[in-house]
Design a protein around this ligand. Structure first.
Ligand code: GSH
Length: 227
């Protein structure tokens, strides 16, 4: 199995965690990325497989796939143990809905914080305009944290046992902390869940790789990982 992934790609890192959780070995191809040029020039294999030109891309034997959610669902079908989705249809659907919530709903405000790892532009007005949008997005993320905290009251994981929903939702929560966004303080159940996941070897390995990539590629972010 081959995974094309980006050093600071939230969606690629999500797939990496799932592969590690399933104990699957893979050849890891990190495509070049810089804060100023993004993924340009794009990896030719990624372009050949994914019409969107995005990572992650997984190649399993002669099967090329793209899109993190679809890849996770394929991994579950092809390599069912250990399971990352509940078996019962309603719980399974709920788990997928949380994946969609993470990838689409949480990503929407999170995008407005992403300039914070880029080098500061000379034009401070441009930076301030972006920061204004970030400040508007932060209460939205804080509201999502409150909702997740509510869902995690009296349960250790989002969908019963540990599942793909935990992996998917962990990513924007981690990214929010990395980008100096709203704190987990005051959301005790969410903070405990976050700490619980961070201790799993699959998460710890990928977090360490992201932090190492940040030291090489990203500008320091004020307030990152504040408690
Ligand atoms: N829905 C896709 C999103 C993938 C995605 O946005 N990938 C980003 C990196 S995190 C990318 O390759 N961006 C380059 C671009 O869109 O031009 C997934 O879940 O895999």
């Amino acid at each position: 199995m081959k995974l094309y992934s980006g050093p600071l790609s939230l969606f690629s890192r999500k797939v990496e965690i799932a592969l590690h959780e399933k104990g699957l070995a893979f050849e890891h191809i990190l495509v070049p990325f810089t804060q100023t040029k993004g993924y340009d020039p794009r990896n030719p294999d990624v372009l050949a497989i994914n019409p969107k030109g995005q990572v992650p891309v997984l190649v399993d034997g002669d099967l090329p796939l793209y899109d993190s959610t679809l890849i996770l669902e394929y991994l579950e079908d092809a390599y069912p143990e250990p399971a990352l989705y509940p078996k019962a249809p309603a719980e399974r659907a709920r788990c997928r809905l949380l994946d969609l919530f993470a990838d689409e709903v949480m990503l929407a405000p999170l995008r407005f914080l992403m300039h914070r790892t880029e080098p500061r532009p000379d034009d401070m007005e441009r930076w301030q305009a972006k920061e204004l949008k970030a400040r508007e997005a932060e209460p939205v993320l804080a509201g999502q944290f409150a909702e997740l905290d509510r869902q995690l009251q009296s349960r250790d994981y989002l969908c019963g046992a540990f599942s793909a929903a935990d992996i998917a939702v962990f990513m924007p929560v981690f990214w929010t902390r990395r980008l100096g966004g709203p704190l987990l303080r005051g959301h005790d159940a969410l903070a405990a869940w976050y700490a619980r996941l961070g201790k799993r070897p699959a998460f710890a390995k990928v977090i360490a790789e992201i932090l190492a990539a940040d030291t090489e590629l990203s500008a320091p972010v004020e307030g990152a990982f504040r408690e």
